[in-house]
Design a protein around this ligand. Structure first.
Ligand code: BTN
Length: 259
């Protein structure tokens, strides 16, 4: 049975809508269609305009990886707490990676790394109703079986490279869906302390001193990541002892080689 049939069967058993496409522009664009209800998944073998964060593109070898979007309707979640949705998704991807005896880390805010290399990216697009989220399209790209990468990509890897064997993509997706259901349950129950602990335990470079670049001034500085605030801001202590808070794109990691 091919991955399409396997996932259609899984969707039927669990009871969610699945659109399995050979090719599309971006699964996030397709999943915006209101006909996809909470829990629905749009998955594509190939994206012609796969999107990453901040206007970047997402490149993925057709048929080797997983590129999909999950529709969620977190009407219970205040916009001010929306970083907890990002945490839930990052943790679900980490839980999935850990199922293959591989140790993932979250490079703030929500890149998933293995051994200092990026294995998965997450692009969440939220709609708001007043002060609350109403509908979220959670786009996820996981490098599963790709072993050769575009040299223009800074530090890619895949689950297969890390695990040392080719993996069953349908199994990776099923695991993700189960882990995501668990983490979404934590979010619904506002179990933020548990999520914070799990996220901190996987936070890339937590407590380590590294060189960073201020995204606004482009000035390089040394700092130590101390944690992530409920707002999603990264807390970094500078060498003079002062604590600074950064929003995404206000700070750039310097990643030289791996590790
Ligand atoms: C990033 O690392 O910048 C986020 C990458 C997100 C990629 C996924 S692949 C499925 C979904 N569709 C897209 O166009 N992007 C997301």
């Amino acid at each position: 049975m091919g991955i399409k049939q396997e996932l259609e069967r899984f969707a039927g058993q669990v009871g969610f809508t699945l659109a399995y496409l050979d090719e599309t522009t971006s699964t996030n664009d397709v999943a915006r269609d209101p006909r996809y209800d909470a829990g629905a998944v749009v998955i594509a073998e190939r994206q012609s305009r796969g999107r990453g964060q901040c206007g970047n593109s997402w490149s993925s070898s057709a048929g080797a990886n997983l590129t999909f979007s999950v529709v969620l309707c977190p009407g219970f979640l205040e916009a001010a707490q929306q970083f907890y949705l990002s945490k839930a998704v990052s943790l679900a991807v980490c839980d999935t990676v850990e199922s293959f005896d591989v140790r993932p880390q979250v490079k703030w805010p929500n890149d998933i790394y293995i051994d200092g290399r990026k294995v998965a990216g997450i692009l969440i697009e939220n709609d708001l109703a007043g002060n609350f989220l109403s509908r979220s399209v959670v786009g996820i790209g996981i490098n599963v079986n790709q072993t050769e990468f575009d040299p223009a990509l800074p530090n890619p890897t895949s689950l297969a490279v890390a695990a040392g064997r080719k993996l069953d993509r349908a199994e990776v997706f099923r695991l993700f869906y189960e882990k995501m259901s668990f983490r979404y349950g934590q979010l619904q129950q506002q179990r933020y302390a548990a999520m914070d602990t799990d996220y901190a335990a996987r936070l890339y470079r937590l407590g380590e001193t590294h060189s960073f670049v201020d995204g606004r001034t482009k000035v390089r500085f040394e700092g130590t990541i101390c944690g992530v605030l409920p707002t999603g801001e990264l807390e970094v202590r500078h060498r003079d002892g002062q604590m600074h808070r950064y929003l995404f794109k206000e700070i750039e990691y310097t990643i030289t080689g791996i590790g």
